[in-house]
Write a protein that binds this ligand. Structure first.
Ligand code: SAH
Ligand code: SF4
Length: 395
């Protein structure tokens, strides 16, 4: 049986908000059980061990309700319902963008955090389908250009809640696939939703293990990306334990500016980050991504460009220039499209791989940095959002 997880503190820093302790008095969550855990449980309940594989096969299809697991006996269905939290998330609403992107709002069910909301996004493309998942309610850090950061920290997700986002989206895509020209299968996972994944290390590492496991979704580590603002000890452990793709929220290669834009830089400055990135295992043909949201006047000047050129290691890293996604009350303005192109061109002329990321789902506030779920279930807001999605004709 899986032990309760003790969530580590994300490294004491003036910029990290205190966390709520999670006592985990709730029932074990079905999506975070490995095959052997479930086999042992099912045996304890007096049922044959092979039933565990049948249950997990349903889970992997996105079917978490025991009542819908057709080849399972009524007795086992009842026991699963009684002993486990089979569906750790409740789907509150879904919004569909004109570009096919779907944003999902889920509520947690755990006793202490019941009703707290997280958001996840599915981004379909021609040849891939990417799920962007949350790792925390709110964020433990407070980058001033990020909507999630303004929400404050409310809870760490469990591995079960992280995996349940993927499974719920899988079920939704099966029930309502996208038009043929877009991918309706989940091929890639990015930890780029709400929260700082490296500040919820134990649950995030467990969830990566479950996603990659052959009895789980069996997703290759080359198709999983963890985005982090740069918590160095955790990145080192990620490289040792689950060397998935790494994306770093860089946003400035000058310490004084990064101290403001990404406040964790005060604890882990650029020189330390440089050493950490040099040591991170990167497979053949793979790169570390440096994410750089271009903010008018704040980090898009010539001195910023020159510092970035000096910082990046073009052999192992590429730069993803991100258009700033505004949100109500955001204190920054995005760099103009033209200037973004010029900034990219300068980098490319120095032999640096640089791309400008196309913003997806911004009409439904599903783009990077726009995620910020209300923390209380608000039926009026839900209705409004549903109506908005209905108007777009796809919800
Ligand atoms: N906490 C992690 C992952 C979640 S944020 C991290 O910071 O990496 C995912 C990405 O969205 C990060 O690169 C983040 O810097 C970026 N982001 C945050 N706010 C944004 C905004 N308003 N516009 C564009 N990108 C934003
Ligand atoms: Fe948290 Fe990432 Fe937003 Fe910073 S950018 S506040 S680390 S979610």
């Amino acid at each position: 049986m899986k032990q309760a997880v003790n969530y580590p503190q994300a490294g004491a820093s003036a910029t990290i908000r205190p966390m709520n302790a999670d006592t985990r008095t709730d029932k074990p969550q079905l999506p975070e059980l490995q095959l052997k855990d479930l086999q042992n449980l099912i045996q304890q309940w007096g049922q044959p061990r092979f039933r565990a594989k049948q249950v997990l096969d349903w889970c992997n299809k996105g079917v978490l309700k025991p009542g819908e697991m057709k080849n399972i006996s009524a007795g086992l269905r009842n026991t699963l319902n009684a002993e486990l939290c089979c569906e750790p998330l409740q789907l509150i609403r879904r919004e569909c963008s004109t570009d096919g992107t779907r944003k999902y709002v889920f509520a947690l069910k755990r006793k202490r955090f019941a009703g707290k909301m997280i958001e996840s996004v599915f981004i379909p493309e021609e040849k891939r389908g990417t799920v962007c998942i949350s790792s925390q309610v709110g964020c433990v850090l407070d980058c001033p250009f990020c909507h999630t950061g303004t929400q404050g920290f409310e809870a760490n997700l469990t591995a079960g809640e992280i995996i349940a986002q993927v499974l719920a989206i899988k079920a939704d895509l099966r029930a309502e696939p996208l038009p043929d020209e877009l991918h309706s299968d989940i091929t890639h996972i990015v930890y780029m939703g709400m929260g700082e994944p490296m500040a919820n290390e134990a649950a995030v590492f467990d969830s990566i293990g479950l996603l990659m496991h052959e009895n789980g979704l069996n997703i290759s580590r080359r198709r999983i990306t963890v985005s982090t603002s740069g918590l160095i000890p955790q990145i080192q452990r990620l490289g040792d334990i689950h060397p998935v793709n790494l994306a770093i929220s860089l946003h400035s290669a000058m310490d004084d500016k990064r101290d403001t834009l990404v406040p964790i830089n005060r604890k882990y400055p650029l020189a330390d980050l440089r050493r950490c990135l040099d040591a991170y295992p990167v497979g053949k043909q793979r790169h570390i991504t440096l994410e750089y949201v271009l903010l008018d006047q704040a980090n898009d000047q010539d001195e910023d460009l020159q510092a970035l050129i000096r910082f990046v290691n073009p052999e192992r890293e590429r730069i993803n220039l991100i258009q700033f996604n505004p949100y109500p009350g955001s204190p920054y303005t995005g760099t103009s499209r033209q200037h973004m192109k010029e900034f990219a061109q300068h980098l490319i002329s120095k032999g640096i791989r640089a791309t400008v990321r196309r913003s997806r789902g911004d009409d439904i506030m599903a783009a990077c940095g726009q995620l910020k779920a209300d923390t209380k279930a608000d039926t009026k807001a839900d209705t409004k959002a549903d109506t908005r999605a209905d108007i777009k004709g796809s919800s």
